[in-house]
Write a protein that binds this ligand. Structure first.
Ligand code: NAI
Length: 360
């Protein structure tokens, strides 16, 4: 029986990389019934929202989706569709493996770490108030009542909720993964020395969960020190668990350790639903030019195949990607540039997907 999967192509490079990904998945022979749904700025006029109810209904019914990136206007305009999807389905675990690939053009080798980013709360909860709003005035009153140092009257305010339940869920997911996938250590990343209430709660909860999993080593690192450690010796890390904002930033840093954003896959996992997507955004600078590297999206599809129980096909996809990159002949411009300093002779998005398919 076919696996139902919702496909959201997204915008920018989304349609190009999802079409490459779909062709690779189809070439594995796994039977998938694709339900294509559109979201983002392109549907605003028709539906009055970048995330139409029909997309939410389709994902709720099917329970598995793979998407391309979706542009979020900066500073003004609609809120992120990506964040809204994660919140709508309580996709609390953002899982981002960063693994060195042969010929990935990176200066590091043997990187093999996995990021567990909390995906629903923190400064991404979307609780923000503009300068001069009644909410900012009310908060100023609360700060005054509490005897805390006042903030400037012309401030905008973002609220950073970190809950015990949210922290526990992501740390437990990280430990369960470590136990099931032969990993040895979980590192909690935080800034609890400064944000004692929010990050302090995250760290205390992580320590509690760690004590329930004695077979897995546990340590913690302050986020700035963790960043330095990652660029100095990424091989000293195994599984990292982080609140939302640090997880977002550190996962791009880690993508840079394994050849860049075009190489880093990801999954957003909840209790009843999973949405797979590359770590990168819509890359408007290269959109529509057949320049994007679809590896991250193809490897996200491999994670999806694992999730669907198609583990053999997932491994074939990963092996075909490794073989194509190791050969180093048909690679996209980002990889060619990293390897040779020039993009001359680089392959396009679809030609690279053809090479991966040939290796399957
Ligand atoms: P970005 O990840 O789109 O691009 C950063 C740089 O990496 C650019 O130079 C781009 O050309 C390059 N790049 C990214 N993916 C690549 C690929 N597959 N192959 C080759 N090069 C690649 O980040 P940026 O520019 O900050 O964001 C653009 C838009 O994407 C924004 O609107 C942002 O909100 C959105 N975004 C969406 C995400 C999602 O849908 N999950 C995640 C991150 C950002």
């Amino acid at each position: 029986m076919a696996h139902d999967v919702v496909l959201i192509p997204g915008d920018g490079i989304g349609p190009e990389i999802t079409s490459a990904m779909r062709r690779v998945v189809e070439a594995t022979g796994v039977d998938i019934a694709w339900h294509e749904e559109q979201a983002g700025a392109g549907v605003m006029e028709e539906y009055g929202t970048p995330l139409p109810q029909r997309v939410l209904d389709a994902v709720a019914e099917v329970g598995v989706a793979i998407k391309g990136p979706i542009t979020t206007p900066i500073g003004t305009g609609f809120r992120s569709v990506n964040v809204a999807l994660r919140q709508a389905f309580n996709l609390y675990a953002c899982v981002r493996p960063c693994v060195s690939l042969p010929g990935d053009g990176s200066r590091y080798h043997d990187v093999d770490l996995v990021i567990f980013r909390e995906n629903t709360e923190d400064l991404y909860a979307g609780i923000e108030f503009d300068p001069g709003s009644p909410e900012v005035a009310a908060l100023a009153g609360l700060v005054d009542q509490a005897g805390l140092r006042p903030f400037r009257a012309d401030s905008a305010i973002s609220i950073k909720p970190i809950s015990e339940a949210g922290s526990r869920a992501i740390v437990e997911a990280a430990f369960a993964y470590a136990e099931n996938c032969g990993r040895h250590k979980v590192t909690a990343v935080h800034k609890a020395n400064i944000m004692k209430a929010t990050d302090g709660l995250f760290l205390r909860t992580a320590r509690e969960v760690a004590s329930e999993h004695p077979s897995i080593a546990f340590d913690d690192k302050i986020v700035d020190a963790a960043c330095m450690g990652l660029v100095q010796d990424p091989t000293s890390f195994d599984v990292l668990v982080l609140p939302n904002l640090y997880g977002d930033i550190v996962s791009d840093l880690c993508a840079g350790l394994v050849g860049g954003l075009g190489m880093a896959p990801g999954a957003n996992i909840g209790a009843s639903c999973a949405i797979f997507e590359a770590t990168h955004g819509s890359a408007p600078d290269i959109a529509g030019k057949d320049l994007a590297n679809p590896t991250a999206e193809i490897l996200s599809a491999a994670m999806m195949l694992d999730h669907l129980g198609e583990t053999e096909a997932a491994e074939r996809v990963r092996a075909a990607v490794r073989a194509t990159l190791a050969e180093g002949i048909t690679v996209t411009a980002d990889v060619r540039r990293a390897l040779t300093g020039s993009t001359e002779g680089a392959a396009g998005t679809q030609a690279y997907a053809d090479a991966v398919i040939a290796h399957l």
